[in-house]
Design a binder for this molecule. Structure first.
Ligand code: 13P
Length: 250
């Protein structure tokens, strides 16, 4: 059985003070969660978030990582730097990075490999654009992105990666993929993993849904057999909403 994993992606929101406040509210609210709980916060909030929930079941995540261990890469953060701050998970290949910051399947792969080699758990994002879904390319796109991102990893390493299926048209739009659409596309990703790494890996790897997931739709999505959790943007910024998502089965 795969343990569900629900992660908040705060994107470019919150100061350290606001972060500490949110996390303090979350700590008691999600302490009995049956899923893994992660918050992927801006780097300036790492310290505040870590301190506010020392000893809790909330794990710390980052939103990107560079693939070099150190060097002349102004503005970037390495795996070692993230780990030194207590980060355990890192979002890689988010569609906003692909769309606005020139992220490619190649650089996604470099980041995934560096994260895995350094002991961080990638939350690898894949997903199709609206046009691509409408033209019938969804399966081909998510398979290609997944295959490219994981290239060079061993089957054992892939088992530990978390994949987030985020249809780009559903992010921040209030449009959610239907339970069936999300389940079906995640099934496509799982089958692709099975072909590449074997049935046991496909069976073990956790695949989240992301895109306007909220307290109102989480239950239906999580009831789908292929969906192992969520990557939550907007609804992760308010403690009551994120709590309701994390406690979808309460
Ligand atoms: P929203 O939940 O705001 O649609 O964002 C989803 C997302 O991009 C999470 O990474």
């Amino acid at each position: 059985m795969r343990k569900p994993i629900i992660a908040g992606n705060w994107k470019m929101n919150k100061t350290p003070e606001e972060a500490a406040e949110l996390r303090r509210a979350l700590v008691p609210a999600v302490k009995d969660a049956t899923c893994d709980v992660v918050v992927c916060v801006p780097a300036v909030c790492f310290g505040a978030v870590k301190a506010a929930a020392e000893g809790s079941n909330i794990r710390l995540g980052a939103q990107n990582v560079h693939f070099a261990p150190s060097g002349a890469y102004t503005g970037e953060l390495s795996v070692g730097m993230l780990k030194a701050c207590g980060v355990e998970y890192v979002v890689i290949g988010h569609s906003e990075r692909r769309q606005y910051f020139g992220e490619t399947d190649k650089t996604v792969n470099l980041r995934v490999k560096a994260a895995v080699a350094g002991g961080l758990i990638p939350i690898l994002c894949v997903g199709e654009l609206k046009d691509e879904r409408e033209s019938g390319y969804t399966d081909a796109i998510v398979e290609y992105q997944t295959r490219m991102a994981l290239s060079g990893l061993t089957a054992e390493q892939v088992t530990n990666v978390v994949i987030a299926y985020e249809p780009v048209w559903a992010i921040g739009t209030g449009l959610t993929a239907t339970d069936e659409q999300a389940n079906e596309t995640i099934g496509v990703i799982r089958k692709a993993i099975g072909r590449l790494y074997g049935a046991a890996v496909a069976d073990a790897v956790r695949i989240q849904y992301g895109g306007s997931m909220n307290p109102g739709n989480v239950k239906g999505l999580m009831a789908q057999p292929e969906i192992d959790g969520g990557l939550i943007g907007g609804a992760s910024l308010k403690a009551p909403d994120f709590t309701a998502v994390v406690r979808y089965d309460a």
